[in-house]
Unconditional design. Structure first.
Length: 74
């Protein structure tokens, strides 16, 4: 009986781990891709004010996402 309970908990923890970490990793990759795209565009030409604001916001989003991901690791 205890063995079965431990198995169920293990399965639930695996599912929770996948949900939490996979989602934050996907979000980090998505934000990094957006930021890299803006930086590449900035290398090719001068970004306009709206694009510079967006770049700053994406950098802030990345910072928040990294800290959120790190908090899950602790």
């Amino acid at each position: 009986m205890l063995k079965e309970k431990i198995k169920r908990i293990k399965l639930r923890l695996k599912a929770w781990n996948k949900d939490q970490f996979e989602d934050t990793q996907k979000m980090l990759r998505s934000i990094e891709m957006e930021l890299n795209k803006l930086k590449m565009e900035g290398d090719e030409r001068q970004l306009n004010d709206q694009e510079l604001k967006l770049q700053k916001q994406v950098q802030e989003d990345l910072w928040v996402a990294v800290h959120s991901h790190e908090s899950l690791l602790i």
